[in-house]
Design a protein. Structure first.
Length: 62
């Protein structure tokens, strides 16, 4: 009974430690600045070139 309780407590502790460690992944800080100046971001004069449709491996599953 005691051995089972110790094993359960150890397992739960390891799962909690792993979840806390994995949830802390990432980078805290300011957002990255935009790659183009603000005055050029909203230009509607330029037309974007159409992109050719490339089939993806998982497309048949969708």
């Amino acid at each position: 009974m005691v051995n089972s309780l110790k094993r359960t407590t150890l397992t739960l502790s390891l799962v909690l430690a792993a979840s806390l460690a994995l949830s802390a992944c990432g980078r805290k800080g300011d957002l990255d600045p935009p790659s183009t100046p603000v005055d050029q971001q909203n230009k509607r004069d330029s037309k974007a070139a159409p992109v050719a449709d490339k089939p993806f491996l998982l497309d048949p599953l969708l």
